[in-house]
Design a protein around this ligand. Structure first.
Ligand code: FDA
Length: 300
């Protein structure tokens, strides 16, 4: 119930655009690394100093106008320039709808190509985040088209999809981030029960660790993390083949612990004015995250 409530709020376009005008509120500042590039780079430097690399998401969704998609692309190009200029250990995560996937495929491809090309010139990797099922095929198409010219791109596979293993086998030669999945999907295509989603997460991650190019294990679930630590040890999978990923502001102690144990660790660092939908999805998947809000309100 609460999950559906926050999911509904995340998709409310009026609230989304209103939130943009008012800066970080409602406790979002604990999980969003500022509203501008300078603030994001400062947070990244702090994480880098603790042995943690970062992937930067310039937040944005609900883009249906060409000028907004072009503005988002320009902003991401500035982030790439800032990564290069400050020499931080970071790469890019982007959402295809932010740069025009809901407007026109070729327009979006050209925007992403410009981003991937600039990143490539500095040796920076670009992850194409996976959104809901309606964008899954065109996102794979983007990857197919980009891989004809570039090898600094990868994507995300969501374990709630019944066909996740098939997607993974097709894209095993890419750097792949494995997640449980953050959107509301129908039971026909996605497992509704958490235990099936978790079991599939473990199954496909083990498969990719054994057969894939590079695996980003993106979860805050300590049970899954402990299981996979044992799995890599037992199968002699070297550290260079995988990393753990978590979101900025979540389970900070566990993030530091994994990095200090010698595992590659990457924090997903979202920033920007368009924080509202991202923040509501985090509340939807874990209403206990409301504690974050309460702390911000009362711990002044
Ligand atoms: P989940 O919410 O299933 O929690 C499992 C258990 O872990 C809990 O029961 C609790 O014990 C513990 N736990 C979780 N969070 C905790 C906390 N904050 N404090 C203490 N204990 C906690 N999704 C998508 O659809 N497309 C994408 O591109 C991405 N990208 C992405 C990148 C990264 C780096 C991450 C970490 C996640 C994503 N996601 C995503 C989101 C993902 O699909 C998923 O919705 C969330 O990660 C929540 O699932 P978890 O596996 O993290 O834990």
């Amino acid at each position: 119930m609460l999950k559906d409530f926050f999911m509904g709020l995340s998709q409310n376009q009026l609230l989304n655009s209103t939130a943009k005008k008012y800066g970080l509120k409602l406790g979002a500042q604990s999980v969003v690394a500022g509203t501008n590039i300078e603030e994001a780079i400062k947070s990244i430097k702090e994480l880098n100093s603790k042995g943690i690399s970062c992937t930067i998401d310039n937040l944005g969704e609900f883009v249906f106008k060409e000028e907004e998609a072009v503005a988002a692309k320009e902003q991401i190009l500035k982030v790439i320039e800032a990564i290069h200029a400050s020499q931080v250990d970071a790469h890019i995560s982007l959402k295809p709808t932010q740069v025009g996937l809901d407007i026109d495929y070729t327009f979006c491809l050209n925007n992403v190509k410009e981003i991937v090309d600039r990143a490539d010139s500095y040796g920076i990797f670009v992850n194409i985040d996976m959104e809901d099922f309606s964008h899954l095929e065109p996102t794979f198409d983007l990857l197919d088209d980009l891989s004809l010219e570039y090898d600094n791109v990868g994507t995300v596979i969501q374990s709630y999809f019944r066909e996740a293993q098939e997607y993974l086998e097709k894209y095993k030669n890419f750097r792949i981030r494995i997640v449980k999945g953050a959107y509301k999907e129908s039971e026909e295509i996605a497992y509704p029960d958490k235990k099936d989603i978790d079991a599939n997460f473990i199954k496909i991650t083990e498969w990719h660790l054994l057969n894939g190019k590079f695996t980003s294990i993106a979860t805050h679930d300590h049970r899954i993390i402990s299981h996979l630590k044992e799995f890599v040890k037992k199968n002699n999978i070297p550290n260079e083949k995988f990393e753990f990923q978590m979101l900025y502001g979540f389970r900070k102690e566990l993030q530091l612990k994994l990095a200090s144990e010698g595992y590659n660790f990457c924090t997903y660092v979202p920033f920007g004015n368009d924080w509202y939908g991202y923040f509501m999805r985090r509340l939807a998947e874990r209403p206990q995250n409301l504690n974050l809000v309460a702390k911000q309100v009362f711990n002044k």
